[in-house]
Design a protein around this ligand. Structure first.
Ligand SMILES: NC(=O)C1=CN([C@@H]2O[C@H](COP(=O)(O)OP(=O)(O)OC[C@H]3O[C@@H](n4cnc5c(N)ncnc54)[C@H](OP(=O)(O)O)[C@@H]3O)[C@@H](O)[C@H]2O)C=CC1
Ligand SMILES: O=C(O)C1=N[C@H](C(=O)O)C[C@H](O)C1
Length: 235
């Protein structure tokens, strides 16, 4: 993803590349940048964001691994360092953002919702950040609608057979040679099912969203924004 960002930033007429680094020890090279784009590793990103906040640099983050606890920690870091904003996008694909938005809209109309995400086998984390965020959005929409818990009679299970549970929503992760990034949100109710599917065919597809974030992060009203939705008029 870092290489794709370098290409996209260099190709855009209104952005200039300051540096590209792949090691925390090289952070000094990005001093002077207005914005840093972070596609690193869930275990590294918080250290990077702390350093950027302390050095007054806006951050556009694609790295996965953000749960509520991390967001709360980040807000505390930013409160102690006035100035820069952080935009965290679980997925920069515009169609992926729409898929999550449509899933949240559909969720209250179905008894059951489960998420299947499919990625390349080099992915370090499971479930994907996109699946995690989708589960949060679905759970929130169901809660606001007063939905009952989803029916599930499973009493005997080989661990993992029913996937991971994120806020009551089951998430199933596949790692497959030949895949890039894909997700299907499956809804079921009496006599009807609905599937909302998103496919990323290449890594270039994330770049319009990344550039949108780079251009707009400084003007966001919140210090920490999760999701591209406000930049797309979808919030
Ligand atoms: N939001 C979105 O739309 C998308 C998000 N992602 C997410 O982005 C993340 C990265 O994905 P991907 O590019 O495929 O992963 P890669 O492992 O291919 O790349 C990560 C890079 O970050 C480097 N790195 C590790 N630590 C640091 C650090 N502290 N500072 C700077 N660089 C560092 C790694 O170096 P080294 O190899 O030497 O460790 C490596 O070059 C994942 O969490 C993934 O889920 C991916 C695609 C889209
Ligand atoms: O690692 C990836 O490839 C991707 N990571 C993000 C995620 O965890 O959701 C976004 C996209 O799915 C590609």
């Amino acid at each position: 993803m870092g290489s794709e960002v370098v290409t996209a930033v260099q190709a855009a007429a209104d952005t200039e590349l300051v540096a590209a680094i792949d090691d925390a020890a090289e952070r000094d090279k990005v001093r002077g940048a207005d914005v840093v784009v972070d596609f690193t590793h869930p275990g590294e990103v918080m250290g990077n964001l702390r350093w950027l906040a302390e050095n007054g640099i806006h951050a556009v983050v694609g790295t996965s691994g953000f749960d509520d606890a991390r967001i709360a920690e980040l807000r505390e870091v930013l409160a102690a360092n006035p100035g820069p904003n952080v935009l965290i996008a679980p997925n920069f694909g515009i169609a992926a953002v729409l898929m999550m938005n449509f899933a949240a809209k559909a969720a209250p109309y179905f008894e059951s919702t489960e998420i299947v995400e499919l990625h390349h086998p080099n992915k370090a984390d499971a479930p994907s950040g996109t699946a995690y965020r989708t589960a949060e959005l679905v759970a929130d929409a169901r809660q606001q609608a007063g939905a009952e818990p989803m029916p599930d009679a499973t009493t005997s299970e080989i661990p993992g057979a029913r996937g991971a549970e994120v806020e009551g929503v089951r998430v199933h992760a596949l790692r497959m040679t030949g895949m890039i990034a894909h997700q299907e949100v499956v809804f079921g109710t009496h006599g009807e099912t609905l599937r909302i599917r998103h496919d990323s065919m290449n890594r270039e597809s994330f770049m319009p969203g990344v550039l949108l974030g780079v251009r707009r992060v400084a003007e966001l009203p919140e210090r920490v924004t999760v999701g591209l939705e406000p930049l797309l008029g979808l919030d």
